[in-house]
Design a protein around this ligand. Structure first.
Ligand code: GLN
Length: 538
């Protein structure tokens, strides 16, 4: 090994959805708070090259990094917890692994050898795991392995971990296994058997868990911890309880109490000290002790699924805490919204956010929502598709361009106020071809945006193919919708504001991706504040 980066592998057993990402992020937070430079990586065993082509129903939100990678939503948690940007290197899928191995094979790089899962696929996994460590930017790399031990798809990853443990040497790597200790209410007992089996399954692949993190609804008594340690071949202090928490933001403190950071550092032969998480705790305190509350509508079409708008919901939590307000997010299904029921569905809300999205389903409801809030002076934030819908609504109802639309929905529309970006016109492939990642944006001096950001130069993350059609800019501005943020090179419009409205903004980018505990996003903070002001004025 060239660098002395330490590696922590997080595997999951018994069932999915135990919160590996949150455990990884919480541990990383505690290590970071002791002065270590930490990053987290997610290995996803599915065959899609990235989650960009996955329906939100399948996999929740697609998170976008600064460098334009379309990634698993766990990377959002990593950034929100650590306040350090991630990149393409932080998310690897089986599809990506195979794609690069097959590409090398086509280039003749394997010199006539038979290309196999072991060693070629596992070597590529190992290389991807070590890219971050070899950058010299990190003391510790935490690698979360998606899926559950025993899945066919996970096998090459577990095998790569087994090999890496040998390659890295004794103190340089460890495995944390996250399992479930279920409570059987009929028996009134916590059960260790699923954990025993899961550790055994891991062992069948030659990997011994060093630390067990046990998800549980009830406290794990001492004797049960001893039993788990005995049967699972770990020390008792390496049995960590992860009890259900009312908020994910409690988990770092719960892990601190359990000493997860201490045992990890001990096993990696690193020094441990008391982590300084004052900023974190201040946030948690504000989050849990709001002085008042606001009701904000989230108009979207994936509202049944919490994960689809994960970053938006988290950004509201950060902004709420900053304002000492509880933000109740009320999901409104855009498909069922129309002019007749708008008052009923939206009338009680203190502010409305129209969500990002793709395709035609539910867009007329989004346009209805924009019309309602514009005419009734309700604070409005439109994100990506939400901004595009605000432009269409304004063109139709204020400029009286009845047929105004986006060419995404109606390719032959008479008034394409939103149309395909020039560089998108020849794009055929769907995966990884949108306008992605962080782009510079210049704000109009004295605009609401410039006041909120307190600067005129910002950088925000994008994920879209369509844009505001600048041919309509003159008409729009004359009608009262101002373009207040531009790409400095291409002059693409990135922000619109309605002048004679207390708070009406649409942004072509996704501010939610950049909101963190330590840095709540200024747009969300201002939006929540505007919601409270609106509430009080009624
Ligand atoms: N479908 C729109 C586009 O591609 C908006 C995308 C989004 O909301 N992320 O431009």
């Amino acid at each position: 090994m060239t660098s002395n980066t330490k590696y922590i592998f997080v595997t999951g057993g018994v069932t999915s959805s135990l919160g590996k990402g949150i455990i990884a992020a919480s541990l990383a937070k505690l290590l970071q708070a002791q002065g270590y430079r930490v990053t987290i990586q997610k290995l996803d065993p599915y065959i899609n090259v990235d989650p960009g082509t996955l329906n939100p129903y399948e996999h929740g939100e697609c998170y976008v990094t600064e460098d334009g990678a379309e990634t698993d939503l766990d990377l959002g948690h990593y950034e929100r917890f650590l306040n350090v940007p991630t990149s393409q290197a932080n998310n690897v899928t089986t599809g990506r692994i195979y794609q690069s191995v097959i590409q090398k094979e086509r280039q003749g790089k394997f010199l006539g050898k038979t290309v196999q899962v072991v060693p070629h696929i596992t070597n590529e996994i190992k290389r991807r795991v070590q890219i971050l460590g070899k950058s010299g930017d990190y003391d510790i790399v935490i690698t979360e392995i998606g899926g559950t031990v025993g899945d066919i798809e996970s096998l090459p990853y577990i095998e790569a971990v087994r090999q890496l443990r040998w390659d890295l040497g004794e103190d340089n790597g460890l495995v944390i296994h996250l399992t479930l200790v279920p409570y059987l209410s009929a028996a009134g007992e916590l059960k260790t058997k699923p954990t025993q089996h899961s550790v055994k399954t891991l062992m069948e692949s030659g990997v011994q868990a060093d630390i067990l993190v046990c998800r549980t609804e009830h406290k794990l008594p001492k004797d049960l911890r001893r039993k788990l340690a005995l049967f699972c071949n770990v020390t008792t202090d390496a049995v960590i309880q992860s009890i259900d928490a009312s908020t994910i933001y409690d988990v770092p403190n719960l892990m601190l109490k359990e000493g997860l950071d201490k045992i990890v550092l001990k096993k990696l032969a690193l020094e441990s000290s008391t982590p300084n998480i004052d900023i974190w705790n201040k946030f948690v305190h504000r989050h849990k002790n709001p002085k008042s509350e606001v009701n904000i509508g989230l108009i979207g079409k994936y509202v049944e699924l919490q994960d689809s708008y994960k970053s938006i919901l988290e950004a509201f939590i950060h902004a709420g805490a900053e304002n000492e307000l509880k933000v109740n997010v009320e999901s409104v299904h855009s498909e069922y919204l129309n002019d007749e029921n708008a008052e009923l569905m939206l009338g009680h809300l203190d502010a409305v956010l129209v969500a990002p999205g793709f395709g035609e389903r539910g867009i007329e409801g989004k346009i209805t929502a924009v019309k309602y809030v514009r005419e009734n002076n309700v604070p409005f934030l439109g994100i990506c598709l939400g901004m595009q819908m605000a432009v269409i609504e304004f063109a139709r109802n204020v400029l009286k361009l009845d047929q105004a639309n986006s060419t995404e929905m109606e390719p032959e529309t008479q008034h394409p106020v939103i149309n395909l970006m020039e560089e998108q016109k020849n794009v055929k492939d769907k995966g990884g071809t949108m306008r992605l990642g962080a782009w510079a944006c210049q704000l109009e001096p004295n605009s609401k945006a410039a006041k909120i950001y307190q600067t005129e130069d910002i950088k925000e993350r994008h994920r879209h193919r369509y844009e505001f059609n600048s041919a309509y800019k003159g008409q729009m501005e004359a009608g009262g919708m101002k373009a207040t943020g531009f790409n400095p090179k291409t002059k693409l419009v990135e922000i619109i504001e309605v002048e004679d409205h207390p708070w009406f903004m649409g942004v072509q980018y996704h501010p939610e991706y950049k909101s963190t505990v330590a840095n709540p996003h200024p747009l969300f903070v201002a939006f929540v504040k505007a919601a409270f002001k609106h509430k009080k004025s009624r």
